[in-house]
Design a protein around this ligand. Sequence first.
Ligand code: ACO
Length: 386
Amino acid sequence: MSVADTKVRPPQPIEVPRGLAGVVVAQTSIGDVLGDEGRYHYRGHDAIELARAGDFERAWQLLVLGSLPEPDADARFHELVTSLRTPPPEVQQFVADAATRQIDPLRGLQATLPMLAAARRSRPLYDLDDEARVEEALAVAAVAPGILAAFQRARAGDDPWPVSSSGTGVVEDYLFRVTGREPVDRAIRALSAYLIATIDHGFNASTFTARVIASTGADMESCIVGALGALSGPLHGGAPSRALDALDAVGSDSAQVDGARIERYLRDELSAGRRLMGFGHAVYRTADPRSRLLRQVALEFGGPRVELAVEYERVAERLLAEYKPGRALHTNVEFYAAIVMEQCGIPREMFTPTFAMARIVGWTAHVLEQARDPKIIRPSSRYVPA
Ligand code: ACO
């Protein structure tokens, strides 16, 4: 066989596990999830330690610019991303108009990003050099939190674009917009921990989606619109509000936690073959380290709601071991994330959007990395007659 023959032949099909579980589809320097060890990192830095340190903008720089910044670079980065926070007037107007249709904030951001791309005259990543792509990455991630909050605010009849102090960091500014009041330190610290802990997490469905779109050379906004769609599903980023719905179903007006009621509810759910939201993970076979962190953050808030969550977790883990023996199902990031966000005063409809605002930073880092590889992602399927 000549070299020319091997070049023209299409690659032979290779069967891979359902859901691509365990299949390595790319190399990445952004981070890694060590599922058996119960830990993960961003560019070699322990993600939970970064979350505990609580500086969202430093983590953002690590992910997107490639390293933790020198102290004097922090102020410049802060100034830059603050200047990118407010969208152009035509995009603000679009949000105000669209919000009157009661579109939910996540879909609202999906609808707005193409408008933003038009207003910013975004170009396909394929046509940009690396420096210009990084500018795109920062611009989209900087503007997204305000757009998400604007949809929620406009739906509630509030000014979609309130002016916050220019000195505020990303997390503080977001909390101000979403809750409508100056956030207290405890809420800023708690939400920072959550957001930093969720910036990136391996080749999950939404990150992979972003990378598939990036591999076509499309613009940054298109990559993020697609990833938002993947994140919205209940098996991925749509779980936290459902986890709280479950707590509502087993809670009572009295401060007393009713273990028997929790057990009855959970047995009904599991017997009906329904999944418990906020439990289980595609990669972790130990406790999800993000859940451990957020449990701790929730316990610092304390109170009957947190006690209810702790008891619910205890009973759920026992019953999951009974109904799904040998599978080691524990809480994932979404269970205590719901409690933490609730304690921070974030309304339920903003849980998945809040997750999204952090993950957008991670997606943009992945899009940049993917865009440096000129190979389009194009797997195959096996035709099976129906
Ligand atoms: N409740 C009940 N049963 C479960 C749960 C759960 N939360 N999670 C998994 N199982 C069951 C599955 O049904 C399966 O049972 P079967 O073999 O009898 O069919 C068994 O456990 C094994 O499932 P896995 O292969 O471990 O799970 P998979 O990798 O397919 O799915 C997922 C992972 C989607 C997270 C799943 O655990 C789930 O649906 N959890 C609930 C939704 C949720 O919390 N999503 C947020 C995930 S975190 C994130 O995306 C940021």
